[in-house]
Design a protein around this ligand. Sequence first.
Ligand SMILES: C[S@@+](CC[C@H](N)C(=O)[O-])C[C@H]1O[C@@H](n2cnc3c(N)ncnc32)[C@H](O)[C@@H]1O
Length: 270
Amino acid sequence: MTSEERAPAGIDPSVPSVARIYDYWLGGKDNFASDRAAAEKLLEFVPDAREMCRENRAFLTRTVSLLAGEGVDQFVDIGSGLPTQDNTHQVAQRVNPEAKVVYVDNDPIVLVHGRALLEDNPNTRVANGDLRKPEALLADPEVTEFIDFSRPVAVLLLSILHFVHDDDEAMAIMTEIRSKLAPGSYVVLTHAFAGEIGDDKLESVQEIYAKTAPGGLTARTRAQIASYFEGMEVVEPGIVPSEAWRPDVPWDVPVDFTKHSVLGVVARVR
Ligand SMILES: C[S@@+](CC[C@H](N)C(=O)[O-])C[C@H]1O[C@@H](n2cnc3c(N)ncnc32)[C@H](O)[C@@H]1O
């Protein structure tokens, strides 16, 4: 039986999914021919997409370890994606075995795989939720019965907000999430940044992502990303390519904002 024939009911394997394209780039096996074709086509325009995904995951590992080490023991990972190496609960629970993690996604295959992986982990949950409905997502009993929003929480939004195309909607989502967080909470974001990639390439990328469920990918400027964190304390080194955010090995290359990248930010609620 091919992986396409094993697709859960309700999944059309001929339609590429952003979670499975990403899984393919990370070397995973939970993807279909349509995902691989879209991922390979994207590499023609963004040849370093695989490295950017790996850097995005390494940013997750560094930031979650840091926050768990600072005493944050509740994590909500929105748009968590297919399980891969060093998922949020593994990173957080290495530091604090009692740390609680809720994974939220709206892709049915992500939910099936996440639930299978986490069946035996009492400090981890998987919830079906849509970032575009942040109020409902944060009020879902799967989340609220597990996470105490009166105490500090880290909300992870890694490589998901750029799948919300309308700028006002993206801002409203960030504002809504921020409004639910107690002082000492954190928002951790990575977001596509176009640099000087050029309109032609961006359009080609858009055409490919247009066939996925979110209907496209919208890169944003540093100023737009900074506006999501007004009134919060942006942790050093600020809004930089994810690989330049407190790298494990000393980083002596000047940060290049002309190059396309995934920008990373960690901000604390005052
Ligand atoms: C590129 S993957 C990123 C996975 C992971 N956060 C990471 O950075 O490694 C984006 C994930 O966001 C999910 N996603 C996209 N739009 C979403 C939405 N509106 N609500 C919930 N999840 C969404 C996709 O299903 C996918 O799993």
